[in-house]
Ligand binder design. Sequence first.
Ligand code: SAH
Ligand code: SF4
Ligand code: F3S
Length: 439
Amino acid sequence: MASEKTFYLETFGCQMNAHDSEKVIGTLLQQGYRQVESEEDAGLILYNTCSVRDKAEQRVYNRLNDHKYAHRAGKRFGVLGCVAQQEGERIFERAPFVSLVSGSASYRKLPEMLARLEAGEKHITGLDDQQTDQTFETEFAARLSPYRGYITIIEGCDKFCSYCVVPYTRGKERSRSSSSVLDEARRIAELGFTEIQLLGQNVNSYRDPEGKCSFAELLTAVGELPGIRRVRFTTSHPRDFTRDIVEAIDRVPTLCDHVHLPVQSGSARVLEAMAREYTPEWYLEQIGWIKAARRHISLTTDIIVGFPGEGETDFYQTLDLLDKVQFDGVFAFKYSARPNTPALTMADSVPEEEKSRRLQVLLERQREIQRANYSKQIGEVLEVMVEGTNPARGQIAGRSSQNKPVNFTWPQPIAPAPGTYISVKITKAYPNSLVGEAV
Ligand code: SAH
Ligand code: SF4
Ligand code: F3S
């Protein structure tokens, strides 16, 4: 037992990171490690990090600080993901007890890096900035959900929005071949997965290296695989959002009626400074296609408040855009200055208190929009995929195809298993969730 290899892994950041962690866990298990639930029980402690905002980045340093004496007891530490790629060897200066620093493009070398770690090497790095199709191989992915499978179809980002670290932490954009995507989708469908989420920082700028299909055609092909009941995709970029995506959703029932389309701002001036390369009008035209669809497609977005130079008028234009679109969900963030990005040098910074005020105003306005939107669904019967139970309320918890949380009562003593699909009649609505009863 003394030689047993154990690891603890904690994940921060987006779904791409969550799925990378599944691959890392799978690789470690394959290398004879056992996963444990706490830092205390682990010989190897790994953090898969995010650096999209300063707060996210600080979180990993806080975590390392909390456990900094543990290395004296022989525990080893590894920093993976976007902070690792961004900071590289600087992490060893700040936290000398860290032994492994690896970005996502180097995970295929993990077995070799682990062997060096076990041999006692102090500082190991994996900081490749190029990826090949190989890195997408998920032969060893330890899928955390038995019914929802993630598949990365495109990595990296070439958009270089002026505020964003992702192009620096995830490298150049590269798509995976459609046949490789379909093989994996088919494989996991055969294992009983019914929901597939296609992932990418800009999932819809997908270009099949084999030239066989467009993004909309890939969506359709995945949606038509036997056994698949739900297909989601995230995140879409307005620059690459084409009408055939809406047409595919309208045509293929397994494609979920939800589009997450981050707009960031409703001000043309701010969008230009952000280098988003579209105008509010362009964005609203796409929203128009989505709203004109036969199916009622739910819309969600991301907003940044307090970008350098954002004035009161710009902010009002963002509020105005929220009123026009009537999103079902908004992820709003205060602008955070990030290393290497062009926005770092922009003048006219918005004071922190003003950013907080704008965020509050925006979230309150959006809450009212959602209150109205969600309450329109009272009386509807929705198909809900069960995710678990809420024992406190005696309810079953799940999600609709639109990705809305639905809590519902269940007449029988034995709760339906996670991953099953139940028809639920909506009886009550909150701004962020629906309540109903199984029918
Ligand atoms: N590729 C996606 C999202 C990437 S990051 C897109 O372009 O839409 C997820 C979200 O984090 C972004 O949509 C943005 O709203 C937010 N974000 C990114 N960089 C940020 C920064 N420096 N400060 C605050 N929010 C940021
Ligand atoms: Fe970042 Fe822009 Fe790329 Fe999105 S599109 S990941 S916001 S640079
Ligand atoms: Fe964060 Fe990296 Fe994802 S910066 S949002 S973990 S791509």
